[in-house]
Design a protein around this ligand. Structure first.
Ligand code: F6P
Length: 212
């Protein structure tokens, strides 16, 4: 957090791992090395900074491309603060209930709850890796902190970084991922979800995803 001594009553957020509606879905996810999770970030601030997740990067898979992740806002609003590993691009994606957001390879991510309403979001992600927290721990969070009222303040522990780009959720059409329904309903549709395990097969579409 921007203020390491800030305090908050109760947990900043809660993660429900490996959630399914049926054993059939659980088996399908396991067979395809995928996981569906739900995260709840209650409204609130720590000091004057909005509640958020800790932040992490994903490692590269065998083909050298790092694993993406797919989110959907179920309730509330989310700011997905995405930063390239080389810090040449830092983007905040403003997402509302129903929106799906894909975290592309090379980008670390923090999710911020920027409103006075509980944020509930779901994610689908490969189980073939462990999250990497190193940079976020060393540099005390993401490259920007979002303060009450919506101001983004540069994290002073970071070197010179580009200004923050603000975008709406990019279309997932180039990846042929249907985004009109529930993220959960993509379980069983490996054509849509293969990108989570094998991003190297989709490099072109992924490269341009955040171009805006
Ligand atoms: O691991 P962090 O940085 O706390 O982020 C939590 C987020 O990461 C995930 O565990 C998976 O990337 C999500 O379920 C959750 O929203």
């Amino acid at each position: 957090m921007a203020d390491p001594n800030c305090s908050i009553s109760g947990p900043l957020y809660t993660m429900y791992r490996d959630v399914t509606e049926s054993d059939t879905d659980r088996t399908w996810l396991q067979d395809h090395t995928l996981r569906y999770d739900i995260t709840v970030i209650p409204a609130g601030t720590c000091g004057i900074e909005y509640a958020k997740t800790k932040g992490h990067y994903h490692p590269a898979g065998p083909a050298g491309v790092s694993y993406p992740e797919m989110y959907q806002v179920l309730e509330g609003r989310a700011h997905y603060l995405l930063q390239r590993k080389d810090l040449t691009d830092i983007v905040v994606v403003d997402a509302a209930a129903g929106d799906m957001v894909l975290i592309p390879p090379e980008y670390g991510h923090v999710t911020i709850n920027p409103v006075h309403e509980t944020l509930v979001m779901a994610n689908l992600v490969s189980t073939r890796f462990q999250s990497e927290y190193g940079i976020y721990e060393e540099l005390k969070g993401g490259a920007y902190y979002e303060m009450e009222g919506g101001e983004f303040v540069k994290n002073p522990y970071y070197p010179a970084i580009p200004p923050l780009r603000r975008i709406t959720p990019p279309s997932l059409e180039p990846l042929q991922i249907p985004t009109t329904g529930r993220l959960y309903d993509l379980i069983g549709n490996y054509q849509a979800l293969e990108v989570l395990n094998a991003p190297d097969k989709f490099t072109l579409a992924l490269r341009d995803l955040l171009k805006g």
